[in-house]
Structure formats: structure tokens, C-alpha cells
Design a protein around this ligand. Structure first.
Ligand SMILES: *[C@@H]1O[C@H](CO)[C@@H](O)[C@H](O)[C@H]1NC(C)=O
Ligand SMILES: *[C@@H]1O[C@H](CO)[C@@H](O)[C@H](O)[C@H]1NC(C)=O
Ligand SMILES: *[C@@H]1O[C@H](CO)[C@@H](O)[C@H](O)[C@H]1NC(C)=O
Length: 527
């Protein structure tokens, strides 16, 4: 039984919900919550970047980058760099009809470059810019006394609150962002590196239709792979469905894949992805048939550490149609996604000819990553792909089949905004995991998933109810949780977390047992 196969029964859901309110506890002990008394007037935190070796956490905020030492959260004030826009720049932005609040520099990207520097991009008063941060000295690189900047167009959104995702893969930045001032152009692109290899999606509604970008992942499948398979970058987003002819705009959650060595086509798809393929994600509650069609967040993890093929994507969903808050978690495996991307293509052009007879699929298979076999056939680069293959992939970005998963967890009346997952040791059949879920009201919820059993462990209020959780990182047994105004570091592992007999009993599947002698929750191994 895999995690994705686990279904929360209705009965369990009822127990779960009634347990909810009583489980809310404000933990005091080792939890640290930093807010305005620490950060002063720095706010609008949106980006987290953790150096797992040093324990330094970098935070992107409005007009500022902070660094906090997670080992000494209470001791030292955070380090701070102000990177703001000049008054002139702000006025000219306001002159273009933008608000004073938005005409600032919202830091939306922090990524390690791999050479001891961090790439930093901000909205820079609707004129995105990027800079280089020396992580050792915690200073921005300067030229003649001014911050060394380069254009952030296509690397960072123009608008502070725009949906956006970016990921660094071997020192190159891959982004899914809006790329104009009006926010009307959407691109998934390789945004850095040699100019001629900065390729992007076709600007066609068949490729991207009013997308809301959610998340991205870099999956290294080339190392030690006998077939010489390429590394891949996955993007998760919602878009407006074009395959249905409804009056209302129907949102659909999608996964898209591009291959790392893609450099575009020679004539057709010049400087465009030749490997862009996308599929619909379906997160469905099997008993009720309810579908959750809006993706909110994705957490990527390997079920077998060190094995990229064991990658699973934990998706957080809600529904476009419900009046009440609703959240669901569905798990998609990389192998299920690969199967769909290797399957039939959807016909988007509904002409009489191909309505019945699907266009024959040319060879080599369109959208496929280059591997040793293809290279041996002379296709050593995407530039060598035949025109008919490229035309086909240009016209068929969407797959016929969907990637389907049953919901692992469903909650009514709660809006989850972020999730992170921690896997417990155990065999494949009795896999145990803890989900950490942040709400739009500043709470962190913990849910245990053991085999098919899903149990709410704790609901912990961390911030005020006006502060949605917008980041969760797990590090050394702790959860680093962020909101636009605050940062919390809470203990996240160990039976000692569960401080009542009742909560401890719910964590039984995680190997915890209540000791009446010690009045404490203990690992079963200590019994
Ligand atoms: C920035 O924070 C302020 C104060 O919390 C808030 O009013 C404003 O909407 C935020 N702006 C953005 C773009 O998030
Ligand atoms: C960071 O700054 C220090 C001190 O100026 C310098 O020695 C080091 O080379 C810089 N690191 C990078 C990656 O530029
Ligand atoms: C799930 O819960 C049931 C009832 O509490 C229990 O009998 C069963 O062993 C649990 N399954 C797992 C995999 O923990």
C-alpha cells in the first residue's frame, strides 16, 4: 500500500474534525516566534532560503534581505541588507498608475549560485532587477559603490503578489513568471546562462492559458542512469482549461516537464522548449466523487532518499466551486506522471480530419528527453530534431490522460496555504509520514499518515489570524515557519511533542506510547 493509495475514510474524518479544536495547544517551551519587535519595520517576507550546513536562513522581504542564524534565534538580531529603490524610481512607477505600496523592491527570489553567492531578485518598482549576495560577508556585490544589478525580466515578477516559481538547476535559473509590466505575458523559461540557450514557452494559449504558477522541482535523473536519461524540471500550476467549452473559466491543475539539455529547435521552435509537455492533475475524493481543482502548494520528496525515481509530489488543493474553505492533499508519484507524459497526446485542433483520426505521432517521439539511444541515432541536440517532430510538439503540448490520485486528507472549514512532509523510517508497506500544514490564519497543523491511517496530531497557533503561513522548511527536527510578518521555529519531531495521553495515543503509528509512570509521551523503543 502506497501513501498515494491511502484514503481517509469518512468515519476517520469525523473523528478527525471533532478532535480538531481540542488539539489546539499553544506550545511554549522550545518554540521561538520572532515578529516586529525583532524585525522592526522590515515586513512582507515572502522568500526563504536555508543554508543547511551553516543553519543560516535568508529571508526576502520588502526592500530588504535578512539573515537569521537558526541555531541562535533568540540571541542575535538578524543581519539586514537594505536594497530599495530611489525616490525618482518610485515616483515614475507611481506615475504609471501603480500604488505607492507596490512601487517598492519586493525580494521574490533567493537562490544559491553554487559559488558561495546567492542570486537575489526583486520587483524593483515594477522593473525587476537581480543582484549578487556574498553569503560569507552578507553583502551585495557593488560596482563603483552601487549595487551591481542585472535585468530581472523573466526571472522575477513585476508585481509583488504575482504567483511565481523558480528553481536553480546546476547553476542555471528556471522560472515560471509573468514577463511584462501589464502581467499579461506568461513564460516558463531558462532565465540565465548563455543568451542563445535562454529558451521559453511558445506564447500560445495551448501552451499556457492564464496560468497561476505554484511550484517547481529539479529532478536529477541522469546520474548513474544506464539509458543516459536527461535531468528534468517540473512545473506545477493552475490554468484556465481550454479543452472544455464552458461559459465559466474552469481552472485545472497541471504538471509540466522540460528537459535540462533542451536548447530549442533549429527552425521550428527556435529558442523555445522542444520538450514542453503538460498533463492535468486530478485530486479526487473517491467516495464522494468531489474533485479539488485548484492547486495551492507542492512539496517534493524522495520516498527513498538518494533515489530520484522515488520522487513523490505532495499537492495541496482546494476547490474553485465551494463556498466554504476546503483543503485536500493528494500525492502524485513521478512514475505516474512519466507514464502519462509517455502516453497519448490530446488533439487540441478540432478539425474534421483529426477529430476521428489522430495525427500520426512522428519519430523520434515528440517531447521526449534526449538519451543515449537518440544521440546514437544522430540527435545529439534538440537543434537536430526534424521539423515534423517539432511542429507536432508545438501543436500538442497537452497529454490525453490525467495523473490521478485519491485524496489522502480532506478538511472542511480550513484553508491550508503551505505544506511540508517528513518521512519516518519504515518499510514501503508501513510507511509513516508527518504532514506539516500551514493555514491562512497563522496556524501549523501536524497530521500523521501511517499506511492508510490519517490522524490529526496537533493544531498550533503561531501567528495572529491575519497572517497566512507562506513558508515551511524542515530542518534538524524543527519546522521553520514564516508569514509576511513573522518567523517561527518550532520543535517538529519526537514523541515528547505530544504532551497529553490523548495526543500521544494518536501518534501511536509514529512509534509513540504514553508512559503513565513518567506522565510523558515516549518512543516505543524505550519501553
Ligand atoms: C505589505 O505589507 C503591508 C503591511 O502588512 C500590507 O498592507 C501590504 O498589502 C503588503 N504588500 C504586499 C504586496 O504584500
Ligand atoms: C565574498 O567576500 C569575500 C571578502 O570580500 C571574498 O574574499 C570572497 O571571495 C567573496 N566570495 C565570493 C563568492 O565572491
Ligand atoms: C490503522 O488503525 C487501525 C485501527 O486503529 C489499526 O488496527 C491498524 O493497525 C492501523 N494501521 C496501521 C498501518 O497503522
Amino acid at each position: 500500500m502506497t501513501l498515494s493509495g491511502a484514503i481517509l475514510s469518512l468515519l476517520a474524518l469525523l473523528v478527525f474534525l471533532s478532535a480538531g479544536s481540542s488539539a489546539a495547544t499553544l506550545s511554549a517551551r522550545r518554540d521561538t516566534i520572532l515578529g516586529s519587535e525583532t524585525f522592526g519595520d522590515v515586513a512582507n517576507f515572502s522568500t526563504f532560503l536555508l543554508d543547511r550546513t551553516s543553519g543560516m536562513l535568508f529571508l526576502g522581504a520588502r526592500d530588504a534581505i535578512l539573515a537569521v542564524d537558526t541555531k541562535k534565534l533568540n540571541e542575535k538580531n538578524p543581519l539586514k541588507i537594505i536594497w530599495d529603490v530611489s525616490d525618482d524610481k518610485r515616483k515614475s512607477c507611481e506615475g504609471k498608475g501603480k500604488t505607492e505600496g507596490d512601487c517598492r523592491n519586493y525580494i521574490r527570489l533567493l537562490e544559491f549560485l553554487g559559488d558561495g553567492r546567492i542570486y537575489v531578485c526583486g520587483t524593483y518598482a515594477f522593473d525587476p532587477q537581480c543582484a549578487f549576495l556574498n553569503a560569507t560577508t552578507f553583502t551585495l556585490e557593488e560596482v563603483d559603490g552601487v549595487v551591481r544589478m542585472e535585468s530581472g525580466k523573466g526571472k522575477c515578477p513585476f508585481e509583488p503578489s504575482q504567483h511565481y516559481t523558480a528553481i536553480m538547476a546546476d547553476g542555471l535559473l528556471y522560472t515560471a513568471a509573468t514577463s511584462n509590466f501589464l502581467g499579461t505575458l506568461f513564460d516558463i523559461s531558462r532565465a540565465t546562462g548563455p543568451e542563445q540557450e535562454r529558451i521559453r514557452t511558445e506564447r500560445s494559449i495551448n501552451w499556457l492559458s492564464d496560468p497561476e504558477f505554484v511550484s517547481s522541482a529539479f529532478i536529477e535523473q541522469s546520474a548513474g542512469n544506464p539509458t543516459g536519461d536527461d535531468d528534468k524540471i517540473y512545473f506545477f500550476f493552475n490554468e484556465v482549461a481550454k479543452e472544455y467549452d464552458f461559459y465559466t473559466k474552469v481552472k485545472v491543475p497541471r504538471v509540466a516537464r522540460v528537459c535540462k539539455s533542451d536548447v530549442g529547435g533549429m527552425k521550428t521552435l527556435q529558442r523555445r522548449w522542444t520538450t514542453f509537455l503538460k498533463a492535468q492533475l486530478v485530486c479526487e475524493d473517491k467516495p464522494s466523487g468531489q474533485r479539488y481543482n485548484v492547486l495551492t502548494d507542492v512539496f517534493t520528496m524522495q520516498h527513498i532518499p538518494g533515489d530520484p525515481s522515488s520522487t513523490h509530489f505532495y499537492g495541496l488543493f482546494t476547490s474553485q466551486w465551494e463556498q466554504v474553505d476546503l483543503s485536500a492533499v493528494c500525492v502524485f508519484s513521478l512514475s505516474d506522471i512519466s507514464k502519462v507524459l509517455d502516453g497519448p497526446f490530446k488533439e487540441l485542433k478540432k478539425s474534421c480530419d483529426n477529430w476521428i483520426n489522430h495525427e500520426p505521432i512522428p519519430s523520434p517521439r515528440p517531447g521526449q528527453c534526449l538519451n543515449s539511444a537518440l544521440k546514437a541515432e544522430g540527435f545529439e541536440s534538440s537543434l537536430k530534431l526534424p521539423d515534423k517532430v517539432l511542429t507536432f510538439v508545438r501543436d500538442h503540448p497537452l497529454m490525453e490522460n490525467s495523473v490521478t490520485a485519491a485524496s489522502l486528507l480532506v478538511r472542511k472549514g480550513i484553508s491550508y496555504t503551505k505544506l511540508a512532509v517528513n518521512l519516518k523510517d519504515g518499510s514501503e508497506e508501513r510507511r509513516a509520514a508527518v504532514l506539516y500544514l500551514g493555514t491562512d490564519r497563522g496556524e501549523l497543523h501536524q497530521v500523521a499518515v501511517v499506511g492508510q491511517n490519517v490522524t490529526l496530531l496537533q493544531e498550533t497557533p503561531l501567528f495572529t489570524s491575519q497572517e497566512p503561513v507562506n513558508n515551511i522548511l524542515l530542518h534538524k527536527g524543527h519546522a521553520l515557519v514564516g508569514s509576511p510578518l513573522s518567523l517561527a521555529c518550532v520543535q517538529a519531531e519526537g514523541c515528547a511533542l505530544y504532551r497529553s495521553c490523548e495526543v500521544c495515543a494518536r501518534a501511536r503509528g509514529l512509534g509513540c506510547v504514553w508512559s503513565t509512570k513518567e506522565e510523558a509521551c515516549k518512543p516505543t523503543t524505550e519501553e
